[in-house]
Design a protein around this ligand. Structure first.
Ligand SMILES: [Zn+2]
Length: 247
């Protein structure tokens, strides 16, 4: 309660009454925060262009006891990604990212790793917009992992055998990975390339993962997208709102 100053990423805004906006942002200090920016749609206002989606801000907000909607008091732009919104595909991809963060994050729960991951993915897209799709895959995998929905990708869930080039992982209809013998001929084998891609997300930063994925065959990238969308679909119990497509 009271004043809070924190770094924040604007995810989405809604108009409220005549002159105000509701700003949904992911904050470093308190996770997902919904705030009211009073008067921000008037010609002269103290927020200026700061409330555009995907802008990184330093904000101060005030929270009254028992009120979920806080009042946005001060904003300072740390990094504007406004130029990204001129490209429709980038805008759709980033909006998809924002939607999933909102969907997965309970409000006012500090999640520093999630904040850092989303910020790093946004910066990876900003520095190389053509890598959008691979950064989105990285984002999906880490979102699932940080929220506890990613199956063990290193070992068989039953016998704990470590997967490698000759010991393939099989994914069953329950979306967990088993070795050949534990899967008893059920499920689909993950190709070595796909498994390598999955493992790479666990050790590389998003911009490095994206760079190293540029030589990966489109087929493998599609398989990765199918995998992440099945996992997300199960968690959300429906298909993700936006289907990312490959050329
Ligand atoms: Zn096994």
């Amino acid at each position: 309660m009271g004043f809070c100053e924190t770094e924040a990423l604007v995810l989405r805004t809604y108009n409220l009454a005549e002159a105000d906006k509701i700003v949904v942002s992911l904050t470093h200090a308190n996770g997902l925060v919904r705030s009211v920016a009073r008067g921000c749609r008037r010609l002269k206002n103290r927020f200026g262009a700061a409330l555009e989606p995907f802008t990184l801000l330093q904000i101060t907000y005030y929270q009254k006891e028992n009120q979920e909607l806080v009042s946005l008091r001060e904003v300072e732009i740390l990094k504007s990604h406004f130029y990204l919104s001129s490209d429709a595909e980038t805008l759709t991809g980033l909006a998809y990212m924002a939607d999933l963060v909102i969907e997965f994050s309970p409000p006012y729960q500090t999640h520093e790793k999630l904040f850092r991951m989303v910020k790093a993915c946004l910066e990876a897209v900003a520095s190389s917009p053509t890598d959008l799709q691979t950064v989105l895959r990285y984002f999906e995998i880490w979102l699932l992992k940080l929220e506890g929905f990613l199956p063990d990708i290193k070992r068989c869930v039953e016998c704990h055998l470590t997967f490698n080039e000759s010991k393939l992982a099989f994914m069953g209809s329950d979306l967990v990975l088993r070795c050949r013998s534990c899967s008893q001929g059920m499920g689909t084998a993950l190709s070595n390339r796909l498994h390598r891609q999955l493992r790479a997300t666990q050790t590389l930063a998003p911009h490095v993962f994206a760079e190293e994925s540029r030589e990966v065959p489109v087929k493998t990238l599609r398989e990765l997208a199918e995998l992440t969308h099945s996992l997300l679909g199960r968690v959300l119990e429906r298909e993700p709102r936006v289907r990312s497509t490959f050329p």
